[in-house]
Design a protein around this ligand. Structure first.
Ligand SMILES: Nc1nc2c(ncn2[C@@H]2O[C@H](COP(=O)(O)OP(=O)(O)OP(=O)(O)O)[C@@H](O)[C@H]2O)c(=O)[nH]1
Ligand SMILES: [Mg+2]
Length: 224
């Protein structure tokens, strides 16, 4: 089965080399970095590491970057597409268990969860926001999950074709969940480790941003 790893990236020159080499060490070949008009050397380093680099000419957001990467992978006949963050928070070693149910034909999409076990050292403020998100998603879409904003996920070709990502920015994560429900895709949560480093904590989303994502989502739901 042809596996493609889609990595949305924005200003990740400090860690992108390690992220790509970790994937290569685990024998993943089709590594697609979608550089969203980074101001640093992310593209250059990713290219040097042997990734395919797709460039947005303006910054469009993580959702738009994932869509670009998925469209490209489908054109290249991908059977399984994995979305993987560029900031070093995801582990290549988790991909094998993530894609297992897809390979066996038991799921169309597998979602990584950091809350199915205690291996991820999630900061308290993140935990609170993410746990609240669980109830929001349950109430809005009727989907019961333990982790609703995890960038590590894998989907088969059918799911990748059916899921429409219209939100350019971070709201795409909940949009994907809404699409799972709407398009009646078979989904499964798989335990994964999310690494919290000083770098990722400094660079990642603030609680305020997370709150804004949920507010935007609710507005979208009301307007739709
Ligand atoms: N293409 C693109 N990627 C982005 C953008 N913003 C962030 N990213 C990438 O998306 C991934 C996740 O971004 P984060 O800001 O860490 O978001 P997060 O992991 O959901 O939040 P944290 O748990 O706080 O780290 C990283 O690989 C970033 O480089 C953007 O505007 N465009
Ligand atoms: Mg992050």
């Amino acid at each position: 089965m042809k596996k493609f790893i889609v990595i949305p990236a924005y200003n990740e020159e400090k860690v992108i080399k390690r992220v790509i080499s970790d994937l290569k060490e685990h024998n993943y070949e089709n590594i697609i970095v979608v550089d969203d008009c980074s101001k640093d050397n992310t593209s250059k380093i990713a290219l040097k590491q042997g990734a395919v680099v797709l460039n947005h000419i303006v910054n469009r957001g993580q959702g738009a970057a994932i869509k670009t990467g998925i469209d490209y992978s489908l054109k290249k006949d991908a059977d399984i597409i994995i979305t993987f963050d560029a900031d070093g928070q995801h582990r290549a070693e988790d991909i094998e268990s993530l894609i297992k149910p897809i390979k066996k034909g038991e799921a169309d999409i597998c979602l990584g969860s950091r809350f199915l076990d205690n291996r991820s050292n999630v900061p308290l403020y993140k935990k609170v926001v993410l746990k609240c998100g669980i109830y929001v998603i349950r109430a809005m879409y009727g989907i019961k999950l333990t982790d609703v904003h995890n960038g590590l996920r894998a989907m088969n070709r059918k799911a990748a074709k059916k899921i429409e990502i219209k939100s350019n920015r971070m709201e795409h994560a909940s949009e994907i969940l809404e699409e799972i429900k709407k398009k009646k895709l078979r989904y499964k949560e798989i335990p994964v480790v999310i690494r919290y480093t000083d770098y990722s904590k400094k660079k990642g989303q603030s609680s305020w941003n997370a709150l804004k994502i949920f507010l935007k989502m609710m507005i979208k739901k009301i307007v739709d």
